[in-house]
Design a protein around this ligand. Sequence first.
Ligand SMILES: [Zn+2]
Length: 335
Amino acid sequence: MQRITLEELQKFGKTFSLSKQAIALVNQQKATWELAAANYRSLRQVYTRSFDFNHFRIDCQFNPGRIRSTAANTAAEAIQTRPCFLCAENRPPEQVGIEAEKECTILCNPFPIFPYHLTIVSEAHTPQQLTGRVPLLLKLCYDLQEFTLFYNGARCGASAPDHFHFQAGVKNILPVEEEIGYLLKHQSDSLIELPEIKIRAVENFLRRVLCFESAQPEALVFWLEKTLQLLQKPGETEEPMLNLLGSYENGSWRILLFPRSAQRPWQYFAEGEEKLLVSPATVELGGLVILPREEDFSRITADDLTDIFGQVTLPSADFDQLKQALRETTKTSEK
Ligand SMILES: [Zn+2]
């Protein structure tokens, strides 16, 4: 296990909180690991195009360094035959980490989308699955208050679906982080309004999302686990398709859960002029679309984005069913 000491970390920044330690870690990695240094340098020059949809926006980022993630082959055979890049024994010797919540290690992501981009990996090689790990998610959000945590489901953007991990980026880079306050106030549908938790749905921004807000971890664990169960299709053993963003601020947690219906849009598999190499994961659902190919970045349109999001988000009828099931859960628990 390549862990860095606090003493070493102090040379690269403040260390009084886990957020500060994580920031110092990224600084240390940029200073000592050429691959990370080069990729963080290129991030400063990425091009962004912004599409204005009135009450929200979608940013597109041209980021060639992300090609390996966007085009990752996550088919079971490919995963089984490659050495897992999140296991400690296979990590590059330059990559060091810091402990978080005993069972995890915080690493600097060497292929960044954010100026401070972390991968938080389980020490054990165990499948990407959220069930049973909501308490861990909440603790990490609390420990890393300068960051927004994100979870890519095994079939929704995780490039290592066989090794449990979260990612985190410094707060307020994703458009949805700016917009959610307005959307909740003016465009949301209230599903659960209890003293301990509020659950609201937002759906007229190309995506459908459930927003859970609470200061009580037990309530969040109950309702998030319940939602995972409701999303589970009968007979299916794999985790339901989803992306999730979590953060802690002013004494409470906010979790955004994006239920999904497809891993990749048809444009990903198309050839020639119709091809757009875009593989939506949590960052994309958060309103930041990563395009590793310059030709896609130059020609993508607002109509393409509408079409792509429409394919990968949960369809309206299924979302209505989910909302209804959540509302009925309140009634049951009130009896
Ligand atoms: Zn592994």
